[in-house]
Design a protein around this ligand. Structure first.
Ligand SMILES: Nc1nc2c(ncn2[C@@H]2O[C@H](COP(=O)(O)OP(=O)(O)OP(=O)(O)O)[C@@H](O)[C@H]2O)c(=O)[nH]1
Ligand SMILES: [Mg+2]
Length: 385
């Protein structure tokens, strides 16, 4: 039996995936010239990752969006060294990139409990500063959420991404027979018998020109940046956005999606990718699938089907191509197994890569001190081979 559950973002209000905040470190406390006393430092402002939080909740809870840390205590006869001002902690969801207004990255919070300092408190007054304190750091920061999921669904509108997630997770996201049904990213969780969970991010459909802000999918492309793998979903019978836009076959859809990702961020294409060919219950689906498979075997040869500026620089080689019907459930158990296998393979490759890197680091770092027969000890690298 396969256990399934689903978590998703709150259904109400708009999905918020970035938030700008004003932060200020506390000013330092005054020194005490008479006694040489040192004022306390101002408090710092931190952003700390917490589970089960949304940016929307932070926005609602702190409508002023201002966070100011406590002022350092003045030095006094009773306490010559003034106490530090209180720190302020801003709780934020896991998966946040924190950037300064000038675009400089201040840090990333990828695990619960990770923290980054965003505004330092000022120094307390000391002899060197003439006992005068300094002000705390003041800036605007941006909390930018990028979903963290094992798989990110990539496809044109109406391809059946949400339907697929529904079938994989027995839940009920918005599904409709018109494009742009999904308006914000959602995460579904597929649970296996042994309680292993795989998270899948359902994203709004991309359209041609998404990388130059056409449609709305582009806004969400950043969310595939942190998924481990990509899952392309195409309608086996092809797709047409509107009567005025060209019809695109499943093969063309694959290439156009590849091109959109390439134009947005080429590195995305280095992620392992699975191709799901959906709607296999439709008439002529088998025929169309065979055609697609033939085209995928020699993508170069069939690239003439696409306008030149829409041909990707290099073609994606899918680790698996899985025909399914989200509607009838055809092929879904196989897809589940493929997802699991693909993630496990990637894990194994990554841990091997990590092991090799560590080994190479060690080789570089550890010198061998060989015993000299005379003279000074000689230091030379170990010859491991
Ligand atoms: N015949 C058939 N129809 C399907 C299948 N999967 C999805 N559909 C239909 O296709 C339409 C679009 O499905 P969605 O799941 O909303 O598509 P989507 O890719 O999430 O679309 P956007 O959210 O707009 O990007 C709906 O009418 C679904 O019922 C399938 O396997 N077979
Ligand atoms: Mg959808």
């Amino acid at each position: 039996m396969v256990w399934i559950s689903r978590v998703c973002f709150r259904k109400y209000g708009n999905f918020v995936d970035n938030l700008r905040l004003y932060v200020r470190g506390g000013s330092g406390g005054m020194g005490l010239p008479r006694m040489g006393g040192q004022g306390g430092n101002g408090g710092d402002v931190w952003v700390v990752a917490k589970k089960d939080l949304t940016l929307k909740r932070i926005k609602d809870k702190y409508p002023h969006k201002r966070f100011v840390a406590g002022v350092g205590h003045n030095s006094s006869i009773r306490a010559l060294k003034g106490a530090k001002g209180g720190d302020v902690e801003i709780s934020a969801p896991v998966g946040i990139c924190v950037t300064a207004d000038d675009g400089r990255a201040l840090g990333e919070l990828n695990h619960e409990g990770e923290r980054v300092i965003v505004a330092r408190g000022g120094h307390g007054g000391t002899l060197q500063s003439g006992f005068l304190p300094s002000k705390g750091q003041t800036r605007h920061i941006c909390l930018d959420l990028r979903l963290i999921a094992d798989l990110g669904l990539v496809g044109f509108p109406n391809a059946g991404k949400s339907s697929l997630l529904t079938s994989l997770s027995h839940a009920t996201p918005q599904v409709a027979s018109y494009p742009f049904t999904t308006l914000r990213p959602e995460i579904g969780k597929v649970m296996y018998e042994d309680h292993k969970q795989v998270s899948v991010a359902d994203l709004p459909g991309l359209i041609e020109g998404a990388h130059v802000n056409r449609g709305m999918g582009h806004k969400f492309l950043k969310h595939v940046e942190r998924t481990k793998q990509l899952m392309f979903v195409v309608d086996v019978c092809g797709f047409q956005l509107a009567s005025k836009t060209p019809f695109r076959s499943a093969f063309e859809a694959v290439q156009l999606l590849t091109k959109e990702l390439e134009l947005y961020k080429e590195e995305l294409l280095s992620k392992p990718a699975i191709l799901v060919v959906n709607k296999m219950d439709l008439p002529e689906a088998e025929e169309k699938l065979r055609e697609l498979e033939t085209q995928l075997k020699d993508q170069e040869e069939f690239s003439h089907l696409l306008p030149e500026d829409m041909t990707p620089k290099s073609f994606l080689n899918f680790k698996h191509t899985v025909p399914v019907s989200a509607l009838t459930g055809l092929g879904l158990p196989h897809l589940k197994a493929v997802i699991r296998e693909s993630l496990q393979e990637q894990e194994a490759i990554e841990s091997e890569r990590h092991r090799i890197e560590k080994l190479q680091e060690l080789r570089r770092e550890i010198p061998v001190v060989s015993k000299p027969t005379w003279g000074q000890p000689r230091s030379e690298p170990i010859n491991w081979n």
